[in-house]
Design a protein around this ligand. Structure first.
Ligand code: SF4
Ligand code: SF4
Length: 157
């Protein structure tokens, strides 16, 4: 018999449809991430227009196969520029998150996509749908910063 998780760690049924972002439990908030890895791609900002472009070059801590952070617990210590997404920071940074990002989708009232693991029950569906960085991301250590411009991709924030 398996123990039931304590209530604060439990995901309420279809919580993404019924609970406001700033009222979600920590476990629910974390479960919203679809594991696409797109927010871990390095971005370039046009100094004149403020336009942001994604590159295929990924953060040095990203595992480009699993699309997971290599050390999520202490990521901020290892990569100080990593942006930590919280209900408080989301409204300020949603504009540069990829349009497929579950946090951005819910922030904009668009709901989760059908390939989201919370709906499919399978973490692979985000990769099968072609919306993750698997097969796309190039580790940061393989490319110099001067070359990032050559790796701009179509992903529109
Ligand atoms: S873009 Fe959004 S859904 Fe994708 S890994 Fe980042 S936070 Fe998670
Ligand atoms: S530190 Fe981890 S979560 Fe932050 S950008 Fe890098 S791979 Fe992504």
């Amino acid at each position: 018999m398996s123990a039931r998780p304590p209530p604060e760690k439990a995901l309420r049924p279809r919580f993404w449809e019924t609970v406001k972002l700033d009222q979600m439990r920590q476990a629910e908030w974390e479960a919203l991430c679809d594991g696409c890895g797109k927010c871990c791609l390095n971005k370039l900002e046009d100094a004149d227009t403020g336009e942001i472009a994604f590159t295929a070059v990924s953060c040095r801590l990203l595992d480009t196969e699993s699309c997971q952070c290599g050390n999520y617990a202490i990521r901020k210590q290892l990569v100080p520029e990593c942006v930590v997404l919280t209900p408080k920071t989301l409204p300020e940074i949603a504009y540069w998150l990829p349009r497929t990002c579950a946090y951005r989708r819910l922030h904009e009232g668009r709901g989760l996509a059908g390939w989201h693991p919370l709906l499919s029950g399978d973490p692979e569906t985000v990769h099968d749908a072609g919306v993750s960085v698997r097969g796309l991301a190039i580790p940061e250590f393989a490319v110099t910063e001067d070359e990032w411009e050559d790796y701009i991709i179509d992903e529109v924030p």
